[in-house]
Design a protein around this ligand. Structure first.
Ligand code: PML
Ligand code: MG
Ligand code: MG
Ligand code: MG
Length: 256
């Protein structure tokens, strides 16, 4: 049987002009869709970028392209929700989870310092767990993990079984973290949103799974964080290629 053609559909929105002009990133989105689902995907991403707590964008780009490579099928990371009472407690827990993943504390502090130099990064920063050095040369743009999505209907089944809300934000973040951590170069990811009204973030790794932390910043704060901690002794260019190009479809079946 001929494999069904798969399309990568992506959106990025900014205010103050296009991202290339140094404007403020508002929203981004990634989907995989069959040809017959492209219209629905574009409408979803259009709405996502138009209605946003960071404000009205004055620039948006939505594009789709056919993907040649077959999608790798991956199960979602296991999910734990850690309730904390403050951002301080949340950050302390995040730091200790990163240490459990084998990252020395001084490297975590250095990564935090590097990421807070930028007010509106749209992708992730890649940090070497041995030296604490940034390994991508993408500046404010960072590296954007792309070409990942859930198989149609699988998130809804997964969320039902795990008593998780049908929240597109969790759906998208879990797909991204699963893709990021699947590769052997990945050590862990640290993320919280730049949306001022969303304070839950996570630490993810292959062994810890997706560890949600209910508060990693204060309401109103537009400083986000997305760090991919990696083993810099490995081939970093091939990891970046994987993040940007390898299609990954998240699949989940009810455990028998
Ligand atoms: C984002 O929206 O930019 C990242 C959200 C990360 C946390 C999602 C969750 O598990 O609640
Ligand atoms: Mg956002
Ligand atoms: Mg889809
Ligand atoms: Mg690994």
């Amino acid at each position: 049987m001929k494999r069904e053609e798969l399309f990568s559909v992506r959106m990025r929105a900014a205010k103050g002009g296009a991202h290339e002009r140094g404007s403020t990133h508002v929203s981004g989105g990634e989907m995989l869709a069959a040809y017959s689902d492209i219209q629905q995907a574009v409408m979803y991403l259009l709405e996502k970028g138009l209605v946003h707590s960071k404000g009205k964008p004055d620039f948006m780009q939505i594009q789709f392209e056919c993907i040649e490579e077959p999608a790798k099928r991956v199960e979602p990371l296991s999910v734990t929700t850690n309730k904390v009472k403050s951002a301080k407690e949340g950050r302390a827990l995040a730091w200790s989870l990163l240490e459990q993943s084998g990252i020395p504390r001084n490297i975590i502090d250095e990564a935090d310092r590097l990421v807070s130099q930028y007010s509106s990064m749209r992708g992730a920063m890649l940090i070497d767990v041995h030296s604490g050095k940034r390994l991508d040369d993408r500046g404010e743009k960072g590296v954007r993990a792309s070409r990942m999505d859930w198989q149609n209907g699988h998130y809804e089944k997964w969320a039902g079984c795990h008593h998780m809300p049908l929240h597109s934000r969790i759906k998208e973040a879990l797909a991204l973290a699963t893709k990021v951590c699947e590769h052997r170069v990945a050590v862990a990811e640290l993320c919280w949103s730049d949306d001022p009204d969303y304070i839950t973030g996570y630490v993810a790794s292959k062994t810890l799974g997706y560890q949600r932390i209910t508060q990693l910043k204060e309401y109103g704060d537009e400083q986000g964080c997305r760090i991919f901690f990696i083993d810099g002794k490995e081939d970093v260019d091939s990891y970046i290629h994987y993040l940007e190009h390898q299609p990954v479809m998240i699949q989940w079946e009810v455990e028998k």
